[in-house]
Design a binder for this molecule. Structure first.
Ligand code: SF4
Length: 205
């Protein structure tokens, strides 16, 4: 296995898919969506991390699965496939991925690494963020992005979790030297987060 370039990860969250799950944000994106909330994160210095160590971290976290976001996960498809396949050697593990690529585009790709990664995914939320189509619906940034069940794993949860929520939720994670926002924020949530972050920076976090 090799390395991943990441912004950060959290061991447990409840706002990025059904059940308590881990989440990781890879660093770097090939798109440039106007209004992208990950831009600041992608411009910060990334962490290079050994995939083997992440396999242990996420296996030990004992969550139902992981949500992978970014940045653009398909730019690091090979390492992410390694991550997921190796966690799955030890446990039954659900995988949700946010990507700026369209699903159709991914289905037609000749890139073996991307094809392999696509096969590991239970739910794909695809498409670039389009500011004018940001309708405030939960779990995605804009209405062109679709929540796609690629396997049967979350069939039951699709309606109860994804279709019943009517608002966006975020969590704020405070660590000794950093604070992170987790989830897809509403306009109000984003504003609140930016104010909190500004205050934290003033206080040296
Ligand atoms: S695809 Fe996602 S991370 Fe990349 S620029 Fe668009 S919103 Fe940002």
């Amino acid at each position: 296995m090799n390395e991943l370039l990441i912004s950060h990860y959290v061991l447990k969250t409840k706002v990025l898919g059904p059940y308590e799950r881990s989440a990781i944000w890879v660093s770097g994106c090939c798109f440039d969506c106007d209004g992208c909330i990950a831009k600041e994160m992608n411009n910060q210095e990334a962490t290079r991390i050994d995939v083997t160590s992440l396999v242990k971290v996420f296996t030990d976290a004992n969550t139902e699965g992981i949500t992978i976001s970014g940045g653009e996960p398909f730019l690091q498809a090979r390492a992410l496939t390694g991550l997921v396949q190796n966690i799955r050697k030890n446990r039954d593990y659900g995988v949700i991925v946010y990507t700026g690529f369209d699903y159709k585009e991914l289905l037609q790709t000749d890139d073996k690494d991307r094809k392999d990664f696509l096969r590991e995914i239970d739910i794909l939320i695809d498409g670039k963020y389009i500011k004018d189509k940001d309708d405030g619906l939960p779990y995605r940034g804009s209405s062109n992005q679709k929540i796609r069940l690629l396997t049967k794993r979350y069939k039951e949860e699709y309606n109860s979790y994804y279709m019943s929520g009517d608002k966006r939720n975020i969590e704020i994670n405070v660590e000794p030297n950093h604070i992170y926002m987790v989830g897809v924020p509403s306009e109000y949530g984003l504003k609140t987060w930016r104010e909190l972050k500004k205050r934290a920076e003033i206080n040296g976090q």
